[in-house]
Structures are given as C-alpha cells and as structure tokens.
Write a protein that binds this ligand. Structure first.
Ligand SMILES: Cc1cc2nc3c(=O)[nH]c(=O)nc-3n(C[C@H](O)[C@H](O)[C@H](O)COP(=O)(O)OP(=O)(O)OC[C@H]3O[C@@H](n4cnc5c(N)ncnc54)[C@H](O)[C@@H]3O)c2cc1C
Length: 358
C-alpha cells in the first residue's frame, strides 16, 4: 500500500492550491483528481478575483488577504496565470438603486471596506462604451481577473516541483476510518495509507463527506457564461456581469440557477445573457457570440467557506466554497498551516465545519 501524510481529494483551484502550500511546507501530500485539469467548476468559472462589497467584514478581510497574494502569484508559481488587476464596477440602473447604494456604501466604508460610489459622469469617464442611462456604479479598486486553467496548472506544476505526488485520473471511491481517525483512501488505482484527508471536491464534497458518514451542507448552483469573438479592448474594468479577457473575448455571465447537478447551458439562459450584454454595452448587438458554457457553484448552506477538521472524524478536513478562484490563494496558505501547525494565521473558527453540527 502506498502512503502519504495528506491526501487532497479534488484537483480544482482549491485542492491544487492546498497541495502546493502543503508541499511547500514540507508535508508529504498526494493530490487525487479523477478527471483532467480543470474538469470541475474551476474550468467553468468567470474568474473574477474580487471582494466587491462583501459582508460580513471578516469575510471581506479573508478575500482581501487572498487578493493581496495575486499580484505576485505568477512569480511564486514560476508560471504566468494571466492575472490582470482591473477593479470592478457594479452598475446602478435607476434612482432607487442609487439611493440604496449610497446607504450601503457609507456603511461598508465605515466598516473598513474599500468601496466608492460613482456618479454617472465618473462612471462614463471610466467606461465610455456603456449604454447611456445608468445612474452610477459602486466601484471597488481591488482585485482583477485571471485565466483559471493557467491558475490550476500553475498550482499543480509548482506542487509537483516541491515534491507533491499528482498521479492524475484517480478517483477516490472510499475512505476508511479506524478508531475515529482517517486511516486510508481507496482509489480506482489502489489503496493509500494516509494520516489526513482534505475534502476539496467542490460540488461533490457532500458525496466525499458521506464516505466517512458526514453531511457536508453544500449544494450546486448553476451558472452560464457566453463568450464573444475576440474584440479590440472595449472595457477595462470588470462590469459585474461582463469582462474582457487578455485575448479580447468578452465573457458575459453569470446566472444563479437551482438546477441540481444538471450542468448544461439552456436556450433561456443564453437568451437572458445576450439581453443583459445588450443592455450594458450597445456594441454587443453586432458582436458574434462563439460559444457558451455552464458550471456548478459549490454553495455552502450559509454561503460562507467550510474550512477545517470535523469533530467526528479526526484527520478529515473540508475545504469547500463558492468564490474558490478568489479564495484559493489564501485558503492554500491557511489550510496548510492548519494541517501542519494546528492553527492558521487568520483564525478559521467561524468557517469550521463544526458550525453546522448542533
Ligand atoms: C458560472 C460560474 C461563475 C463563477 N464565477 C466566479 C468568480 O468570478 N470568482 C470566483 O472566485 N469564483 C467564481 N465561481 C466559483 C468558483 O469557480 C468555484 O468556487 C471554484 O472553481 C471551486 O473550486 P474547487 O477546487 O473547490 O472545485 P472544482 O474545481 O470543482 O474541483 C473539484 C474537483 O474534485 C474532483 N472530484 C470530485 N470527486 C472526486 C473523487 N471522488 N475523487 C477524485 N476527484 C474528485 C472533481 O473532478 C473536480 O475536478 C464561479 C462558478 C461558476 C459556476
């Protein structure tokens, strides 16, 4: 039987970042992914790396800590993840939205959140290609966007260089527990003796949880994204639903749909996205959309990340969240600290899986 200190289940952005940081900390880690690189949600995302107006403040701070790592991430990984700092705008459609945003922005600023309210003249100075008539926007200067495929490849490449084992195409079928502790994982290519397991299986985290008899309260929330033909630069910020990639494609998202595990694009979804694009930017009326894709967000019951060891099964950790692209950088660092040292530099108690166990 093979062995490792830690088996990370799921090679998306979250699991790959954790494997990278564990390997960097000198922990013997094996990353088990049943599909190919980015075959899960990390390959079907909008990849906005942001903290725009997030609440509660401690969650904003967690995201901000992750954003602080991205400007240097390509250098750390030795691999360009195409991170572009951009800042983001959330458009305000009418007077009522503007007044509500005025109140919200002043509360958020009092808490310490970096956010501003823009008048229409300021908004159109930043983004002249917008359709006329928006009443302003909220603006967050932090964050940007990246190429999620390159991010996941970058985490895995660096993890391998630091000694992580990443066999690829390996499905975890069972987890054995002895005397209340994780003992081994059973895969389709053999058994592995491990001290700890990290469940980073995204929307499939509940299934992995059931392997040790635990409930992981996460549900899939479907999103769809339209991709345009490459265009010359037409926007420079993330406009809550639209961003432009370095190769010029517009991505128009994103929808929030309760569709179970049905990971498909629908005519209604594509139609809604095309109308949204036209409402924001007149030029999209003449643009060709060349493809669409869908993905399932791993959404915890209270929408906050689930990070940490379970009370019932020692050595079984969860790392499951929405916004896993944004959070992956800091979550890798913190989970590696938690696993190796028993605590992390940012307290994770409020994200512990124990909050769901009464
Ligand atoms: C339309 C859309 C837009 C989004 N926009 C953003 C955004 O702008 N910014 C942002 O930060 N986040 C965004 N998200 C959310 C973000 O993409 C996810 O939170 C993130 O990708 C989750 O990463 P993960 O590593 O947890 O999961 P995944 O990428 O799904 O990885 C989990 C992996 O586990 C593997 N796996 C499952 N079970 C097993 C098993 N038994 N054995 C082995 N492997 C297994 C799967 O094959 C999968 O590859 C968006 C999501 C969607 C769908």
């Amino acid at each position: 039987m093979k062995s490792a200190d830690v088996a990370v289940i799921g090679g998306g952005a979250v699991g790959s970042s954790i494997a990278y940081r564990l390997a960097e900390a000198g922990v013997e880690v094996i990353l088990l992914e049943r599909g190919s690189v980015c075959s899960g949600t990390s390959g079907a995302t909008f990849a906005w790396v942001g903290a725009h107006g997030q609440r509660p403040f401690s969650y904003y701070q967690l995201r901000k800590a992750s954003l602080d790592l991205f400007p240097d991430i390509s250098r750390c990984l030795g691999f360009d993840v195409e991170y572009r700092p951009q800042g983001s705008l959330i458009l305000l459609e009418d007077e009522a939205e503007f007044r509500a945003a005025q109140r919200e922005v002043s509360e958020l600023k009092e808490e310490g959140n970096q956010i501003d309210l823009l008048e229409p003249s300021e908004l159109y100075a930043l983004e002249p290609g917008l359709r006329a008539g928006f009443q302003g926007a909220t603006y967050c200067p932090l964050g940007g966007s990246l190429n999620p495929f390159r991010l996941v490849c970058g985490y895995q490449r660096r993890a391998r260089e630091l000694g992580a084992c990443i066999p690829g195409n390996t499905e975890v079928q069972e987890i054995r527990v002895r005397d209340g502790r994780v003992h081994s994982v059973i895969t389709d290519s053999g058994d592995i003796r491990v001290e700890r397991v990290v469940n980073a299986a995204g929307v499939h985290a509940p299934h992995v949880g059931r392997m040790v008899g635990l409930d992981v309260p996460v549900r899939p929330v479907r999103g769809q994204i339209l991709v345009s033909e490459p265009l010359p630069p037409v926007i420079s910020h993330i406009l809550d639903d639209v961003r432009q990639t370095p190769s010029g494609n517009l991505l128009v998202g994103r929808l929030d749909e309760e569709a179970g595990y049905q990971n498909v694009c629908t005519p209604e979804g594509i139609g809604a996205l095309a109308s949204r694009a036209r409402k924001i930017m007149p030029l999209t009326e003449k643009v060709h959309f060349i493809r669409a894709y869908s993905g399932l967000r791993p959404m915890p019951a209270d929408e906050l990340p689930i990070l940490g060891e379970t009370r019932e099964v020692k050595g079984f950790f969860n790392a499951v969240m929405h916004s896993g692209i944004t959070l992956s950088a800091v979550v890798g660092v913190l989970m590696a600290q938690l696993i190796k040292e028993g605590e992390a530099e940012i307290p994770l108690e409020s994200y512990s899986p124990r909050r769901f166990q009464h």
